[in-house]
Design a protein around this ligand. Structure first.
Ligand code: ATP
Ligand code: MG
Length: 560
């Protein structure tokens, strides 16, 4: 187990190490990632995926992808496909182990019959409201259902008729017979099967009108698949006795061990499928893969590299302590990855025209620019220089002190990868808006300053003749509150939506080399940030870039 040394330990690895030491499970490590296909995966799921697949990788074990599909009304094929795509994109492979809990419906039914025969389950006719009443509270024990002592024969008959479709939704439940006085409410005769008439299941169609409950299904599915360590989030800790009860009563060959860890909460983001569903349904965002969403598909579209998300999951670690992770940690992982891997390019987001009056009309000079300041193996590209250029409006001021290291009237600035220019004249329209800057260039300054001259400012630019128009979608955090869904002051988390989380720039000009950018490619637009060609909105002759992230320290980087 040489890998063990290189990976930081955590309490789950300690458990596994101890199991391996005593030869438990014949030395096997087998985990699973068990999403319910009722929405798209989010950053919290990424943590669970990295953990489960990561453990399997580290211990030469296996990890299954299993859809926990016991609630057909909320599930569908679109979600199944999206989840598969997301897990694969994150870099994990379930090989031939793609499973659905619904694969086991027949076996789950047989196991339920076994429980009935053992006197461990019964059909209960209490209404939903009565069932709630009988359950008791956290401080008071529950009461036995009047149907609890039905005979095995009667229960077998009723359960068969439930399956045959003789009863309406809610008419009865199959329940485990455990202990209505248990201090753990989960043990107070939990439901095993409910009736869902007329529902079409995405995998089993109309074959079933009764569906097994999650708690019953999950442990049995784990046992069937030979899972050794069933890793889940803390809210299931109180369900663990039930998990073990089922497997013990059914005397399954495999006895997976449930281990709980704390779920990921990320500041300024939502990690609840129910709430993400609301954002989509109420059109607060443009679908599940809106680049502002904390979904895996949203992050992918935003341009977050899969490796950066994996690194984030590694960095935050695995514990049992409830916590909320700062957005800066994720941002740092994204920036570190992109700083290393994203090719550089120049793009002018809010253009103003510059005319170099002493540069010949009609001339194009092919200047060379490195694609990465440190990594020479990323090569160079040609950037055409012409008499008319664009620079960013924010990079010019008529008057400014020395702190403004950009272009100022009657002063000099360096054009990145090109010459030093001086602004001689400012031309405005009738409304006083600057429409053109007339500048002169110094031919002796290509690439470096002549001796004894120091021009501090460097700005980016694009040739007006060769630049390509693009739409730039400047994204920011979707919420302006670190805990949008746990703020007691407001009823509705959507009131914390940041209304400036998307600013559309339609006039931007990017350098010519980006004309055939492949959707999904992320560039560093020098001095502006990281931008990803949108995989949905880009089309032939139509470039759309999403802002992936800002640069942390723009000026320090550029002035070097
Ligand atoms: P949600 O609360 O968003 O609906 P869920 O737990 O109901 O999430 P599932 O599809 O059941 O969603 O989750 C699949 C797996 O991912 C489970 O093992 C679950 O524990 C884990 N998981 C879900 N949310 C998080 C999270 N925020 N952090 C870590 N793991 C998570
Ligand atoms: Mg769940």
């Amino acid at each position: 187990m040489s890998e063990e040394i290189t990976k930081p330990s955590n309490f789950i690895r300690n458990i596994i190490n101890a199991d391996l030491e005593v030869g438990k499970n014949d030395g096997r490590v087998h985990t699973r990632f068990p999403p319910e296909p009722n929405g798209y995966l989010h950053i919290g799921h990424a943590k669970s995926i990295c953990l489960n697949f990561g453990l399997a990788n580290d211990y030469d074990g296996l990890c299954n992808l299993r859809f926990d599909d016991t609630n057909p009304q909320k599930e569908n094929e679109e979600f199944v496909a999206a989840i598969e795509e997301d897990v694969r994109w994150l870099g994990f492979d379930w090989q031939d182990r793609l499973f659905f809990s619904s694969n086991y419906f027949e076996q789950l039914f047989d196991y339920a019959v076994q429980l009935i025969k053992q006197g461990d389950a019964y059909v209960c006719d209490l209404s939903a409201e009565e069932t709630r009443e009988y359950r008791g509270t956290l401080t008071e024990p529950g009461k036995n259902s009047p149907y609890r002592d039905r005979t095995v024969e009667e229960n077998l008959d009723l359960f068969a008729r439930m399956r045959a479709g003789e009863f309406a939704d809610g008419a009865c439940l199959l329940r485990a017979k455990i202990d209505m006085a248990s201090p753990n409410v989960n043990m107070r005769d939990p439901a095993l099967y409910r009736i869902r008439q007329g529902v079409v299941h995405h995998q089993t169609g109309s074959e079933w009108c009764i569906y097994p409950m999650y708690d019953y299904t999950h442990c049995v599915s784990d046992a069937i698949e030979g899972i050794t360590h069933s890793v889940c989030t803390l809210e299931f800790a109180d369900h663990r006795p039930l998990y073990n009860w089922f497997l013990e009563k059914l005397n399954t060959k495999n006895r997976p061990q449930q281990i709980e860890f704390s779920r990921l909460n990320l500041q300024y983001a939502i990690t609840s499928k129910r709430k993400l569903t609301k954002l989509v349904a109420d059109k607060h965002v443009d679908g599940w893969d809106d680049p502002r969403m904390s979904t895996i598909s949203g992050m992918r579209r935003r341009g977050y590299p899969a490796a950066a998300i994996r690194e984030f999951c590694e960095r935050i670690g695995v514990t049992k302590a409830d916590n909320s992770v700062e957005m800066e940690i994720l941002d740092a992982c994204i920036r570190e990855n992109l700083n290393e891997h994203a090719p550089r390019a120049m793009a002018v987001l809010d253009p103003v025209k510059v005319v170099i009056t002493n540069y010949p009309e009609g001339q194009t000079e092919e200047l060379t620019a490195p694609n990465h300041p440190q990594n020479e193996s990323m090569g160079t590209r040609v950037v055409p220089f012409t008499r008319e250029l664009y620079i960013d409006r924010a990079d010019f001021k008529e008057e400014a002190n020395n702190k403004f290291r950009r272009l100022v009237k009657d002063k000099e600035v360096r054009l990145r990868n090109a010459y030093v220019i001086r602004c001689d004249e400012v031309i405005k329209d009738n409304a006083g808006e600057i429409i053109e800057l007339r500048c002169s260039y110094d031919p002796a300054t290509l690439g470096a300053n002549p001796e004894g001259r120091k021009v501090k400012g460097v700005i980016h630019w694009v040739s007006a003749e060769h630049g390509v128009k693009a739409q730039v979608r400047v994204y920011d955090r979707l919420f302006n509150h670190p805990h949008p869904d746990s703020d007691k002051e407001v009823d509705d988390f959507t009131s914390h939506i940041n209304l400036d989380s998307l600013v559309l720039l339609t006039e931007s000009i990017v350098e010519h080399s980006l004309i055939d950018t492949k959707p999904g490619t992320v560039y560093q637009f020098e001095r502006e940030g990281y931008f990803c060609a949108d995989a949905k909105l880009c089309s032939e002759g139509n470039l759309v870039f999403n802002r992936t992230a800002t640069l942390r320290d723009t000026w320090a980087k550029i002035d070097k």
